[in-house]
Ligand binder design. Structure first.
Ligand SMILES: [Zn+2]
Length: 211
């Protein structure tokens, strides 16, 4: 299993055009989906040590991914899922295109507010992970940034997929944030969110990214 994992990741590395094309990522996921399922199943049966901790009512998770533990290949399934998310979220690009077309037909505040209400859950909840974790706006504007979907556990490379496939997702986010935070078109919701934010303060620790 270990060598299959190693080979699959090596294969992905060879496919890298930096950034990846969507097709190559989809192909890789398809090629190694059986391996993913196999590793996933394997890691679901607890090793003796984990089982014992579980029986004792303790948190069970072999630390350091010990070589007897069935969970030791989770780095692969976790990575696979991160990469797979890149494809799943891209499927929403078409919905964003529709939303943007609708947006462009709006010409007064009331219509804009209706638009924002209609797409609020979509923009604020459904796409939040994508914008926060995968799209990095913090680098300078002259540099083209591609959405990032995980760092390989082997071989020191990150998975960035060409941003052209996410064009509408990115544009949607710009419009959404501009209307919601800058123009404050939907003030009662903004107030509600600000109040919620004051209750929960969670530190945001950015994950280091490798290009
Ligand atoms: Zn274990």
């Amino acid at each position: 299993m270990e060598s299959q994992i190693f080979n699959s990741i090596n294969h992905l590395k060879q496919l890298n055009d930096n950034p990846f094309t969507l097709q190559k990522i989809a192909y890789w996921l398809y090629e190694y989906n059986d391996l993913y399922k196999e590793v996933k199943n394997y890691s679901e049966n607890l090793c003796e040590q984990c089982q014992q901790w579980k029986d004792d009512g303790l948190p069970y998770d072999c630390l350091q991914e010990a070589n007897y533990c069935t969970k030791r290949y989770r780095y692969f399934t976790n990575f696979y899922e991160e990469v797979e998310y890149g494809i799943k979220v891209q499927e929403l690009d078409a919905a964003c295109k529709v939303a943007l077309e609708e947006y462009k037909t709006n010409n007064n505040e009331l219509q804009l507010k209706e638009w924002l209400i209609k797409y609020f859950d979509f923009g604020y909840n459904k796409l939040a992970i994508f914008y926060y974790d995968h799209l990095d706006y913090s680098v300078d504007n002259n540099e083209v940034v591609h959405p990032h979907f995980g760092n390989s556990p082997i071989g020191e490379f990150g998975v960035c997929i060409d941003r052209r496939y996410y064009k509408n997702l990115i544009e949607f986010d710009d419009v959404f944030k501009m209307l919601f935070y800058e123009r404050k078109i939907y003030p009662e919701k903004l107030k509600e969110i600000e109040e919620e934010m004051q209750k929960i303060v969670t530190p945001m620790v950015p994950i280091p990214k490798i290009d």
